[in-house]
Ligand binder design. Structure first.
Ligand code: LLP
Length: 426
């Protein structure tokens, strides 16, 4: 039950959170995460046999997040040894991890293999060669997926387009057969299947269908010419979330129905066995599950131009607007019921002109001391946070069933200096 006109997020009064923990503050709703996973379960995992979901942990990874994934039986897509370490430490079973990366080092691969990570997604011929030198003498086979580059020009920000020909990611379709041969030439490597990830923030299904058509044609060639089955097809993540016009957010259920139907049709047409189908959603699970709370400080009105309202965070806790031109929406947490009558620009506090969180948003009249909630900051905000201007990272609170719990404490200035080695006697 709402007790005031404050903005409530996932059943919790955000003004009370800001006052209790200080600002800036990341707030993450376990209820929303589970609701999203529930949709994936109902519309995909329970509906179609042989399907698995691996959460793209680069979007937001903490041990508590892993515990939710364990409980929901969702795997982890890791892209660094650090992400694998976090997942293992939180209790994720190694076989529930897939390991990505365009430049996994010898140490990364050794770490993944010695920890029995489920599948390694090889990204280049050079990586397969590196692995071939690493596994001899192992008492088992290491299961590999090949990340393909299906050469697709998806409509998204150029930094989030990962499958165009001119990309650092993936093995070209023309090299696939050589890659499979190279893998199977090693006694301890096993070709399990193929992977593609077209990009992030995709709203059109056509890109996925185009990739699937290209990949199934190659699966057929691998079967006919090498007599090798492709057991797994991993179609990555990228399912778009609209931060402003929410109705544009990808309907996961509709997307998956179309993808599975087309895949089944193609497999049948090509007399191929049904491959297990994996997805790797990151943003779609976590974006709406997070908000960031700020306190309003300096307000600068430039007559006829704009009014800058500065908050106590910015680029260090959310680099996405300055890096990708990402758009966000916001509400004034302590004035949630007041009319939106003023057009303002929300600026961060960094010593950088580009540190603007939101250009031109209509909000209730703002004053120093108000609390601003920037919405849908769950994905790639905490995980891309940084210390620019020697800014300590904000605290992070989880909310669940109307209760709040501090999950990550606010960093101190000493935390900022904690890795520096300084000789006091010098
Ligand atoms: N799988 C692979 C292999 C990926 O590279 C990615 C994201 C995903 C899955 C998950 O994509 P999602 O479902 O979250 O769109 N920092 C950018 C996003 C970069 C995404 C990189 N790869 C941002 O803040 O928008």
């Amino acid at each position: 039950m709402k007790k005031s006109s404050n903005y409530y997020f996932s059943g919790v009064d955000t003004v009370a959170l800001a006052q209790k923990y200080g600002t800036p503050l990341y707030v993450v709703s376990e209820d929303i995460i589970r609701e999203k996973i529930g949709v994936i379960r109902k519309s995909f995992l329970d509906k179609y046999p042989g399907t698995k979901a691996f959460y793209a942990s680069k979007a937001f990874l903490t041990q508590r997040m892993c515990k939710i994934l364990i409980d929901e039986n969702i795997g982890v897509d890791a892209v660094s040894s650090g992400e694998i370490y976090t997942a293992l430490k939180a209790g994720v079973k190694p076989e529930h991890i897939v390991f990505h990366g365009n430049n996994k080092t010898f140490d990364d691969l050794t770490y993944a293999i010695s920890n029995h990570v489920g599948k390694i997604v090889v990204d280049s011929m050079s990586e397969i060669e590196l692995l071939s030198g690493l596994v001899p003498g192992l008492d088992r086979k290491v299961n590999l997926l090949i990340r393909t580059n299906p050469s697709i020009e998806a409509e998204t920000h150029q930094y989030m387009n990962t499958a165009r020909k001119d990309s650092k990611f993936g093995i070209s379709l023309n090299e696939l057969q050589d890659a499979v041969k190279l893998i199977n030439a090693s006694e301890n490597l096993h070709y399990s299947g193929l992977h593609f990830h077209i990009g992030s923030q995709l709203f059109k299904i056509d890109f996925y269908l185009e990739a699937i058509r290209k990949i199934v044609a190659r699966m057929k060639e691998i079967k006919d010419q090498l007599q090798i089955d492709t057991e797994v097809l991993n179609i990555g993540g990228g399912y778009g979330v609209d931060y402003i016009e929410k109705e544009k957010t990808v309907d996961f259920s509709e997307f998956m129905d179309t993808i599975v139907n087309e895949l089944n049709r193609l497999l049948k047409e090509n007399e191929l066995k049904m491959a297990d189908l994996y997805v790797e959603p990151g943003r779609w699970i976590i974006a709406n599950a997070g908000i960031t709370l700020y306190s309003v400080g300096t307000i600068k009105e430039i007559p006829g131009i704009r009014t800058f309202v500065s908050v106590d965070g910015g680029m260090p806790d959310n680099i996405r607007p300055s890096l990708y031109g990402a758009k966000y929406s916001a509400v004034v947490a302590n004035k949630a019921d007041q009319p939106k009558e003023e057009l303002v620009t929300i600026a961060g506090k960094c010593c950088e002109t580009g540190d603007v969180l939101i250009y031109d948003i209509c909000l209730p009249k703002l004053e120093r001391g108000d609390y601003l909630a920037v919405l849908d900051t769950g994905a790639y905000n905490y995980s891309m946070s940084n210390h620019y201007n020697m800014t300590p990272k904000p605290a992070l609170v989880f909310v669940k069933n109307g209760e709040d719990e501090l999950s990550i404490r606010r960093q101190t200035y000493d935390d900022l200096l904690s890795c520096e080695i300084i000789d006091e006697d010098a």
